[in-house]
Design a protein around this ligand. Structure first.
Ligand SMILES: Nc1ncnc2c1ncn2[C@@H]1O[C@H](COP(=O)(O)OP(=O)(O)O)[C@@H](O)[C@H]1O
Ligand SMILES: [Mg+2]
Length: 255
């Protein structure tokens, strides 16, 4: 309906049927997505169990590898690595599908941000030797979120910042009153404009040549976005090619 029709509140039978068709298509698309997610959920669940068993057997053979030749040991090491990659991928598919079909429920509460961010940085630093600075002028700010899942989201954003940049990563907070933004900022390679929406889709990786090197599956941002949206917030990015990226987690303020 154009502005003129809107002003006069004119509807025609043709407009009604177009709207009905649009609604029907939207429902069909949602049904289709639900079915896809159910399939992904069942598929990853069924496959994860046997692969985990095989992975366990392979590790136990490796632990008793005195009788193996160097070639056999190398082959077994590669197989174990590939298997752990496949299991991690299946686990992420399962997590995403369970969130999408609303099988996973979140515990939303008022979460003080400063301590949560400091805890996440401390956990992250046990695994990665990279400086993460956090200057918070908003020491008492709290948001509505699931604390454990929010840590997971930040961890994934830190992990990406480490993978795609070399310098210090900076975390900051912006308080907009109703909303609070957690900014995860790096000075790395940046993201091309055409990729900035797509990187939040499952399996999309802007630089495909890196996929085996960095070991990522392209599911981290898709999972993070769904999680933040389930907390009533949103996740987006601003970036400049060659200069870096800032991922912004926006959450409802609870103070
Ligand atoms: N901080 C970043 N700087 C540059 N590119 C990034 C950054 N974070 C994510 N990306 C791009 O977004 C893609 C998707 O990220 P993600 O879903 O976390 O998957 P993965 O880390 O497994 O590749 C990455 O492959 C990369 O191309
Ligand atoms: Mg990632």
């Amino acid at each position: 309906m154009n502005d003129f029709q809107n002003d006069l509140n004119i509807t025609s039978p043709q407009n009604d049927s177009t709207q009905l068709l649009a609604i029907a298509l939207e429902i069909a698309a949602e049904d289709f997505q639900d079915q896809q997610m159910q399939m992904l959920r069942n598929f990853s669940h069924e496959l994860r169990t046997p692969l985990t068993i095989v992975y366990g057997y392979m590790q136990s053979i490796y632990r008793r590898s005195e009788n193996l030749t160097d070639l056999q040991k190398d082959a077994l090491e590669s197989a174990i690595l590939e298997m752990s990659y496949a299991i991690k991928l299946l686990q992420e598919c399962l997590d995403l599908a369970r969130l999408e079909v609303r099988e996973t429920s979140l515990k939303i509460a008022s979460i003080p941000l400063q301590s949560l961010i400091l805890e996440t940085i401390a956990t992250f630093n046990k695994l990665h030797q990279r400086e993460i600075s956090f200057n918070s002028y908003e020491s008492c700010v709290s948001v509505l979120a699931d604390g454990e899942y929010l840590k997971e989201v930040l961890f994934r954003l830190f992990d990406n910042a480490v993978k795609y940049s070399k310098d210090t990563i900076s975390i900051s907070l912006d308080n907009f009153g109703d909303y609070v933004a957690i900014n995860v900022c790096d000075r790395g390679c940046g993201i091309d404009i055409q990729d900035r929406e797509r990187i939040f889709k499952p399996f999309y990786r802007a630089d495909r040549s890196r996929s085996r090197l960095s070991g990522g599956s392209g599911l981290g941002l898709a999972l993070s976005k769904v999680l933040v949206e389930r907390m009533g917030g949103n996740l987006n990015v601003t970036s400049q090619r060659g200069k870096g990226s800032t991922f912004k987690v926006m959450l409802k303020s609870s103070t």
